[in-house]
Design a protein around this ligand. Structure first.
Ligand code: WT7
Length: 647
């Protein structure tokens, strides 16, 4: 049963352990003693101590409401800016490299001034505490500036990844009831100018109420905006330059931002992160796991539109007062030499990236990193998916010179920050395995009946104690305990539990190897896609009867394929295939385009009519279909194979 749901795992396991270098251990932020001093729920005081509180909290955890640091009050922007001014006002906070070779830097004082001006501007447009402000921009400095301006005002921001379509933007704005949108004219993507303004306008006209927009002039193509309710970012910021906005003091559990992610339903799901709990978790893990120090230059090329960018590009690093490198081009938009050039030029200390990016580096070849001076690096990290052994080794050797520990951090949009990883100055690394639960985190790998799975055998990864960074939606654990869902084990023995919907294996020493999702969510190249979300877009097309979107592994990379069966009166034409691609790009975005659309007369199903996705994954990966005993119509497997020209 579980085996059937466990995701395909194209990796080999190892029992090899790698110790962190002495040079790293000597200077590490966190030692073994620090870890043993951190125990139980009270231990989280250690995380909260990374912040400045306007009012001290009275309880670490309030059982009845599920709130961390109840009674505490603070402002997130003041924690990322104001409190650093005494010690490091002239230290760089942000160093930004644009797509066209531009470079802009902001010291902490300059960033403080920018954020105040933009906050004053937003306030003049009527933005106040609790008002959701949508941000739809690539990685430009105006994005973190506006996030912090919102945080200063107590207005939750909703950052929508710039690769999303107009329709996806509108869906999120509607759900968040957001009446203010900060966007930009456009950006370059692989050399082509993409207009964001047009997409933003299309989204706004489909919304029931008037939206106030603020447009950043990034490409220099923003024209005068005669329309009512539309403002130019630069004009707004100049008008309010020099103004100060008092940071709005918020309760610990009040929302800092919303972020939308894919779940198992057809619509994106809202995840709410809190001010005190989230920011404490972000700051503490940036210190303990990423080993960030104020004097460091830190680089995480993740797009700010995803949770990694929120927690480990903006909030965690800035709360600690470090220098953050921002690159407008994501790793996939950089040339083969550029990542290494950036690390060398900016003397980057910490590089936090994704396994997908590492595989791209491996493919390009080790001569690229080998020909740059990467000796400034002290720590490497990955996030987003399991890392295969080969990629791990390559990263450790060619980028880290066998001197930098690699932290393989497991977490999710819902968890706010790291939960399972090694602590780099303390634990041995086990390549391919994320590591152990951080102090204060209780994790278990359970079988279907809710009993601990045996060491070495797969099970469901469940977190059994609350933690400060958890999304507000998670505070009531009963929601899952009552759920009758194949992707969730029996949790009745737990008072509180959060089923992560990941499969995992734990070894005799407690190291957890995460295998991937067990629910109907796909993780492809670090992006999360709900199969239902994609499939419902496809079946809305006239002539489509059924669709299944599954993942597969081809040439070592995880890809997404769509299998589609048509109604009797429709024909399998190239035009139909294009319509399917266009529909996905239109409803979600170009980044959700499947690798293949495969027509099939029927989908493989059980006798009760449930699609057997596993079979499609095997076929798409060019593998033998291991077991078709559950499939009521096994002949379709042969038909699909022949339409893929696989013999
Ligand atoms: C899913 C969460 C957390 C920010 C990026 C993705 C997978 C994440 C690891 C890791 C194995 C990982 C899981 C998880 N995942 N990190 N180190 N090892 N798998 O956030 O989009 O919310 O996706 O990413 O499957 O459930 P997300």
């Amino acid at each position: 049963m579980l085996d059937d749901r466990l995701p395909l795992n194209a990796r080999t396991f190892t029992d090899e352990r790698v110790s962190p270098s002495e040079s790293f251990v000597e200077q590490a932020n966190v030692t073994a003693d620090d870890l043993s001093a951190f125990s139980g729920r009270e231990g989280w005081k250690r995380a909260a101590a990374f912040l400045d509180w306007e009012e001290e909290f009275d309880r670490v955890f309030e059982e009845s409401s599920g709130e961390f640091f109840a009674g505490g009050k603070l402002n997130a922007a003041a924690n990322c800016l104001d409190r650093h001014l005494d010690e490091r006002k002239n230290q760089r906070a942000l160093v930004w490299e644009g797509q066209r070779g531009e470079c802009r830097t902001y010291t902490y004082l300059e960033l403080f001034r920018e954020v105040n001006a933009v906050a004053a501007g937003l306030r003049s447009l009527g933005v106040g505490q609790g008002d959701a402000v949508t941000l739809y921009m690539p990685v430009v400095p105006e994005l973190p500036v506006t996030m912090l301006a919102c945080a200063r005002l107590g207005a939750p921001h909703v950052v929508v990844f710039a690769g999303f379509s107009a329709e996806a933007l509108a869906t999120r704005m509607r759900e968040a009831e957001s009446a203010v949108l900060v966007t930009c004219d456009g950006y370059y993507r692989r050399g082509d100018a993409v207009s964001l303004r047009n997409r933003a306008e299309t989204a706004c006209v489909s919304l029931p109420d008037d939206v106030t927009t603020v447009v950043v002039d990034h490409l220099g193509t923003a024209t005068e905006t005669p329309e009512r309710n539309s403002h130019r970012y630069n004009r707004l910021r100049e008008t309010h330059a020099g103004e100060r906005v008092d940071p709005v003091v918020r309760e610990s559990a009040e929302e800092l931002f919303y972020i939308y992610t894919s779940g198992t339903t057809g619509t994106p799901k809202r995840v709410t992160h809190t001010t005190g709990g989230y920011l404490s978790h972000a700051a503490w893990t940036s210190h303990a796991v990423l080993d960030i120090k104020p004097a460091d230059t830190y680089w995480c090329p993740a797009d700010i539109g995803w949770i990694t960018g929120h927690t480990y590009v903006v909030y965690g690093p800035l709360a600690l007062g470090t220098t953050v490198l921002l690159s407008e081009a994501g790793i996939d938009g950089l040339s083969r030499t550029k990542p290494w050039e950036l690390i060398e030029r900016h003397a980057v200390d910490i590089f936090y990236t994704s396994p997908t990016a590492v595989r791209t580096f491996v493919k390009a070849g080790s001569e690229y990193p080998d020909s740059f001076d990467l000796s400034s690096l002290r720590l490497l990290g990955t996030v987003g998916e399991p890392i295969n052994l080969r990629a791990w080794r390559w990263l450790y050797e060619h980028v880290g010179g066998e001197r930098c520990p690699v932290v393989d951090t497991w977490w999710q949009t819902e968890t706010g920050g790291h939960l399972i990883t090694t602590v780099p100055g303390v634990h041995e690394m086990k390549p391919g395995s994320a590591g152990v639960p951080l102090p204060g985190i209780e994790a278990a790998v359970l079988d279907r009946d809710g009993r601990p799975a045996e060491a070495g055998s797969g099970g469901y990864l469940v977190i059994t104690e609350p933690w400060p960074g958890m999304a507000r939606e998670l505070s009531r654990g009963e929601r899952w305990a009552a759920r009758d869902d194949e992707a969730v084990p029996d949790l009745s023995a737990f008072e509180w539990a959060y089923p992560t919907e990941d499969g995992a294996v734990v070894d005799e020493t407690g190291y957890i190897t995460v295998l991937g999702r067990v629910d109907d969510v796909l993780n492809v190249s670090g992006h999360r896609f709900g199969t239902m979300e994609l499939e419902s877009a496809i079946v809305d097309i006239e002539g489509v009867a059924e669709a299944a979107v599954v993942d597969a592994v081809r040439e070592g990379q995880r890809v997404m394929d769509a299998y589609v069966s048509l109604t009797d009166d429709a024909t399998e034409t190239e035009m139909m295939r294009e319509t399917i691609f266009d529909t996905i790009e239109g409803t979600i975005g170009e980044f959700a385009r499947p690798a293949r659309v495969v027509f099939t007369p029927e989908l493989p199903k059980t006798s009760s009519g449930k699609i057997v996705r596993r079979v499609l994954t095997d076929v798409g990966s060019g593998e033998e279909v291991s077991d078709t005993s559950a499939v009521a119509n096994p002949e379709v497997v042969g038909e699909i194979r022949s339409s893929l020209n696989i013999e």
